[in-house]
Design a protein around this ligand. Structure first.
Ligand SMILES: [Ca+2]
Length: 210
């Protein structure tokens, strides 16, 4: 009698516990570490060349570096840029944002849905104009027409994608939208082009869900 009870008890524990444990383990493995949004990087650390931290260089682009707790490119006359690593699972609707800390003539970029390391949607801008582009393996296609604006130090620029709509923001105010349906997923990032003045260019990167 006692033995039968032990067997029944053991079977009961084994059946309930193993099922729960199986589901728990399976969920943990499938989901991976959760990504807490927004993700931020203020680059407040020791000067680093190339940029360090959780960043992956866009294939075909040059490096960025950290100087005086902000970011500048290492070379002129070419795009330099990074995206969040593929180990991070980003929502399909996402934004990338950063702050201007120097208004020298040159290009900045924010990227969303970077996939396969060099496909993406990119916002490129200088102090007077902005362009939304689709980048296919570094080949750029302008989406719609160029926009015009005035950008100065301390301005915060944001680039978001929701569904097939790409929106450009300056200090939280929409500057215009473009649409494209080529890329549905990927990770956000940022970049710079043409370091005429080798001092801090951009700072306070942030990525999140719109
Ligand atoms: Ca900083």
């Amino acid at each position: 009698m006692k033995r039968t009870l032990y067997i029944l008890l053991a079977l009961l524990v084994a059946s309930t516990a193993s099922a729960d444990d199986f589901i728990y383990v399976k969920k943990k493995v499938a989901a991976g570490p959760p990504l807490s949004l927004p993700v931020t990087d203020n680059f407040n650390r020791t000067d680093a060349n190339p940029l360090n931290g959780d960043w992956t260089k866009v294939t075909g682009y040059y490096d960025l570096k950290i100087v005086s707790n902000a970011v500048i490119p290492i070379t002129d006359s070419a795009w330099a840029g990074y995206h969040r690593p593929v180990s991070e699972s980003w929502p399909n609707d996402q934004y990338a944002q950063l702050k201007i800390v120097n208004t020298y003539l040159g290009w900045r970029g924010l990227f969303v849905r970077v996939n396969n390391d060099n496909n993406m949607y990119a916002l490129h801008w200088d102090t007077s104009s902005w362009y939304v582009k689709r980048v296919d393996a570094t080949v750029e296609t302008l989406l719609g027409s160029a926009g015009s604006w005035s950008v100065t130090t301390t301005d915060t620029i944001k680039f978001s994608v929701v569904g097939t709509t790409l929106t450009v923001y300056k200090n939280g105010v929409s500057q215009g939208t473009r649409t494209d349906s080529t890329y549905s997923s990927g990770n956000p990032g940022f970049g710079m082009y043409y370091g005429v003045v080798q001092s801090a260019g951009v700072d306070d990167w942030e990525g999140g869900a719109p």
